[in-house]
Design a protein around this ligand. Structure first.
Ligand SMILES: NC(=O)c1ccc[n+]([C@@H]2O[C@H](COP(=O)([O-])OP(=O)(O)OC[C@H]3O[C@@H](n4cnc5c(N)ncnc54)[C@H](O)[C@@H]3O)[C@@H](O)[C@H]2O)c1
Length: 314
């Protein structure tokens, strides 16, 4: 397999194109406008510089990845015409994905695998193609050129061959794959994050703690242990007899399921949309979004390399 198409060049799509191009594939990156594609190219350029700075990418390879292996196109027909794997990373919207998959089915070679990067949507309930055996979810994590995990989630009609091919390709890119038995909204990692986020909104909305205190409590306690122990081995270290007692402790009640958070709403109302706006729960001063992302990425790369050295990551 040589030709890959990435549909959607936003937060995830631009870096997915980069990962496949770094893996030696010819990549067509498609989005709706030239401006978005130019921005995607700039972001890939910056990502590659960050990797070069960390000694993880050879600067001599940059032109090959950026301009020879990736083709940027607003024409969907051209993008998928020769692709053996198409990875969809457009907006998380049921109708948009439904329409796109119908187009992809019509325009892609009959043998092509059609993969979705959806975070939560059960695409198997609404996507209609003549190749249900070749439709699959491959769920990456931001930033996908740094974070290793990809969750592979087959649908009821996805064939074992499609699962095996998707896994072989993604493993070959140096990623760590998990194959889920069947669809479950949020898969594994996002479900765990969602459970924690519910507590974050509860603590903030009810005035129990500040954003700084919550992050301090996270980073200086269980956050430090997680990269070494995960969440299940941690139970062994706690002692399962104590875990059993904690489970029976009725004074802990999980927060109710909510559809809105007063703290989040207040931020959005003030235009504090997070890193992209230079401020959210935190203030990022005069730094540009690119500088903020670069600082995060440099630290993530150092941490990832250290965990590999410790034998805690492959
Ligand atoms: N952002 C994350 O951290 C993250 C992580 C894992 C998975 N995902 C999933 O990946 C997908 C993309 O998320 P994102 O954060 O990159 O979104 P994004 O909004 O940053 O980018 C989406 C891009 O898709 C383009 N687009 C929209 N409709 C299109 C169409 N019909 N054809 C071609 N391009 C189209 C938009 O112009 C935009 O550039 C979503 O399904 C999301 O749930 C996101």
């Amino acid at each position: 397999m040589d030709n890959i198409a990435i549909i959607g060049a936003g937060t995830m799509g631009h870096a997915l194109a980069q990962v496949f191009a770094q893996g030696g594939y010819q990549v067509s990156l498609h989005d709706l406008s030239e401006e978005i594609l130019q921005q995607a190219r700039r972001l890939i350029d910056a990502n590659l510089d960050t990797l070069c700075g960390a000694g993880l990418f050879d600067p001599a390879e940059k032109t090959a990845v950026l301009d020879e292996r990736i083709t940027y196109t607003t024409d969907l027909t051209t993008a998928v015409a020769r692709s053996e794997l198409v990875v969809e990373a457009i907006v998380e919207d049921r109708e948009a994905k439904k329409k796109l998959f119908a187009d992809l089915d019509r325009l892609s070679p009959p043998g092509a695998i059609l993969a979705s990067n959806t975070s939560y949507l059960d695409i198997y309930q609404f996507v209609e193609t003549k190749r249900p055996g070749k439709v699959i979810i491959t769920h990456w994590f931001a930033p996908p050129h740094i974070v290793p995990l990809v969750e592979i989630v087959p649908g009821p009609q996805t064939t074992p061959e499609t699962v095996a091919t998707a896994k072989r390709i993604i493993d070959g890119l140096g990623k760590q794959t998990i194959v889920l038995k069947k669809f479950l909204p949020g898969f594994i990692a996002n479900r765990l994050q969602a459970a924690l986020s519910r507590e974050v909104y509860h603590l903030l909305d009810n005035g129990y703690a500040t954003p700084e205190d919550i992050d301090k409590a996270t980073k200086a306690s269980f956050g430090l242990r997680i990269p070494i122990l995960g969440l299940v081995k941690r139970l062994d270290f706690t002692g399962l007899d104590l875990v059993q007692k904690v489970l029976r402790n009725k004074s802990y009640q999980p927060p109710p399921v909510i559809e809105r958070s007063e703290s989040v709403d207040a931020m959005v109302f003030q235009g504090r949309l997070g890193v992209k706006a230079g401020r959210g729960f935190y203030d990022y001063g005069e730094a540009t979004t690119g500088e903020i992302l670069r600082e995060r990425d440099v630290k993530l790369l150092k941490l990832r390399e250290f965990l590999i050295e410790l034998g805690e990551l492959d």
